[in-house]
Design a protein around this ligand. Structure first.
Ligand code: F6R
Length: 261
């Protein structure tokens, strides 16, 4: 796990955008795993800008989103379909047929989840998975207690997550209880994971994920088992890390042969 601490969310998003851009330039038909929520908004803006001004080409890229609320129409203002359309897909030249987001209106949810897993496999697996972190340590919508081997399925949100996400809904009571989410096992099969966390509200979950024991009680901690996970934090999100100074020294003093950003 590489921990990258930068002063603010803008710089963190910048580091993340450079990593995603490099992935897409090196492998134009990359499969990207995408997250929604407040955290990756700036990252999507930066990627859209790179598309416009630096010819970053998404035409051969395939995407799989982590999750969607169960029961929300794609046109609902708080749906992740709508979020992705507004924040990213409408801004770049991605092929419509290459976009995959769990269907919150699927009739047979279990079959839909199996098909989603199959589509990820058939696409060759996810090259780079973008992740945010819940204030309770969730990854995707894998809430604390989720099986560490889980696959795409229905999950029930905790009250804490429903409260955190109420800001996206006109009426807080409308936050759905149920979601479809990629599983932790699905996420762990991505060839690279990029976890972003910004703000003091994430500090506890970050410390537990990065320096605590690996436990289903903190799904983010599972990334300690990933061979290529980068955690990009602003100063506030990193504020409870015991080894913050060490991570910063390592990042600033990377030897030349280490080509990673
Ligand atoms: C969203 C997702 C969630 C969020 C997390 C943090 O697709 O999978 O895990 O990344 O809830 O949300 P924000 O970024 O809004 O703090």
């Amino acid at each position: 796990m590489e921990v990258i601490i930068v002063p603010n969310a803008q710089e963190g998003s910048d580091v993340a955008a450079r990593l995603v851009a490099r992935q897409v330039r090196e492998k134009p038909d990359s499969v990207l795993g995408l997250a929604t929520g407040g955290t990756p908004c700036k990252l999507y803006q930066l990627l859209a800008r790179m598309h416009r001004s630096d010819h970053l080409d998404f035409s051969r890229v395939t995407t799989f989103n982590l999750d969607e609320y169960l029961g929300l129409d794609p046109a609902h203002p708080a749906s992740y379909h709508r979020y992705m359309e507004e924040n990213f897909f409408s801004q770049v030249n991605i092929a419509r047929g290459h976009i995959h987001i769990p269907d919150g209106l699927a009739g047979d949810v279990a079959a839909h989840c199996v098909a989603y897993e199959r589509m990820i496999r058939d696409a060759g697996g996810i090259d780079l998975q973008i992740l945010g972190l819940g204030s309770d340590g969730h990854l995707g919508f894998n809430e604390p207690g989720s099986s560490l081997a889980s696959r795409t399925r229905i999950k029930t949100l905790t009250e804490r997550t429903r409260c955190d996400n109420a800001r996206f809904f006109t009426n807080p009571c409308d936050v759905p209880h149920h979601v479809i989410t990629m599983g932790l096992g699905t996420i762990m099969e991505s060839r690279m994971c990029l976890l972003l966390a910004f703000g003091s509200g994430k500090a506890q979950a970050v410390a537990a994920s990065v320096e605590g024991p690996v436990t289903a009680s903190v799904p983010g901690s599972l990334l300690q088992f990933h061979t290529r996970a980068k955690v990009i934090l602003d100063a506030e999100a990193a504020s409870l890390l015991a080894r913050a100074a060490y991570y910063q020294w390592v990042y600033k003093n990377k030897p030349e042969w280490q080509t990673d950003l």
